[in-house]
Ligand binder design. Structure first.
Ligand code: TRP
Length: 340
């Protein structure tokens, strides 16, 4: 029996942080190691270009960084296909055909695209490629006949649009060659989103409130020591608040089963008074170091030979291209444009 196919990707517009790690990377590694699925993970550089056309250097730089992020968390090119979107021209060709099945009004209604447009301040100059990127995302997903697409909640409209395109294509050309994917979303509202060190709801590059997977332990230490706690907890003996206190929030996320009793005791002590922030931060640092140590070790190892990292991406891209080419030929046959 063939294994269900999982596909997911990231825009390479910066290095990945702990928010990406708890929100999706960790889950991908788990799925990879369950050995029940075939995984495709890719760098969506063409999608990144839809809003970075004029500063593409950041994309080139991020390809290497994000590839190292992937490898360091444990994505394994022997088990998963890791590739770069722009190296698969079949994806652009599929996009071309799908565009004819989607109205402009439907694209303009996509809520994620709508809010991104407002956020990015394109004004009257929305790049056509940007408006169309959900169609290109449908090409990414369908080229590999993905059954499952693990993504954040903000990607729901993309999955929905992909499903519509699949139904429309299969119906229009009387075929079953495209597969309708299912999204896999974070299990609870909080699960998919790690707040920033400063207590902001989102860890993000632009807010400068993140811990990157590539930060060394010295940097992590400094960042943890600057975390937002309880501003009213001034003297050690004052009772402190754990709600909204980022140290305890992170402990809830990163503590393992065997730590839970200690975390609970610390919470009670903190609320009672007598437990200082530096102590809670040191404890969190130990917990983070345990999680990050193997990640840092793998990163150092892979970073020694970036040539090898790019070779791996090249191999992955070639393997991915073979799959996409097969789907494209089925698509063209269904449309009746396989002339020779
Ligand atoms: N839009 C996704 C994001 O911003 C990245 C992406 C592009 C993607 N193509 C995809 C995710 C296909 C899943 C499947 O995070």
């Amino acid at each position: 029996m063939t294994k269900p196919i999982i596909l997911t990707g990231d825009r390479p517009t910066g290095k990945l942080h702990l928010g990406h790690y708890v929100g999706s990377l960790k889950n991908r590694v788990r799925l990879q190691n369950e050995d029940k699925y075939q995984l495709f993970v890719f760098l969506a550089d063409q999608q990144a270009l839809t809003d970075h056309a004029k500063d593409s250097e950041i994309i080139k730089e991020s390809i290497g960084n994000v590839a190292l992020d992937y490898l360091s968390v444990g994505l394994d090119p022997k088990k998963s296909t890791l590739f770069i979107q722009s190296q698969i021209p079949e994806l652009a060709e599929l996009t071309m055909y799908y565009m004819n099945l989607v109205s402009l009004a439907r694209l303009e209604r996509n809520p994620t695209v709508k809010s991104e447009i407002a956020q990015k301040g394109f004004g009257e100059s929305i790049p056509t490629g940007f408006l169309v990127y959900p169609i290109s995302q449908a090409a990414d997903i369908t080229a590999f006949k993905a059954n499952l697409v693990p993504v954040g909640n903000d990607q729901k409209p993309m999955i929905e649009q992909t499903r519509e395109i699949v139904r429309s294509f299969n119906h229009t050309y009387k075929t079953t060659c495209l597969v309708e994917p299912e999204g896999i979303y974070p299990s609870s509202a909080g699960a998919g989103r790690l707040p920033g060190l400063d207590g902001n709801a989102k860890m993000s590059k632009s807010l400068g409130n993140g811990i990157y997977l590539s930060d060394d332990m010295d940097t992590v230490r400094k960042k943890v020591m600057s975390m937002y706690t309880d501003p009213n907890h001034i003297k050690v003996e004052d009772p402190g608040q754990i709600e909204g206190n980022m140290v305890f929030h992170y402990l809830d996320i990163f503590a393992r089963k065997e730590d839970l009793a200690e975390v609970q005791a610390m919470k009670e002590h903190y609320q009672r008074g007598g437990l200082g922030d530096v102590k809670t931060k040191r404890y969190l640092l130990d917990i983070l170091e345990r999680e990050l140590a193997p990640i840092h070790e793998r990163r150092l190892d892979y970073a020694k030979d970036m040539g090898e990292v790019f070779h791996m991406l090249d191999q992955g891209s070639q393997a991915a291209q073979a799959v996409a080419a097969k789907t494209l030929s089925e698509v063209k046959a269904a449309m009746g444009i396989n002339y020779f």
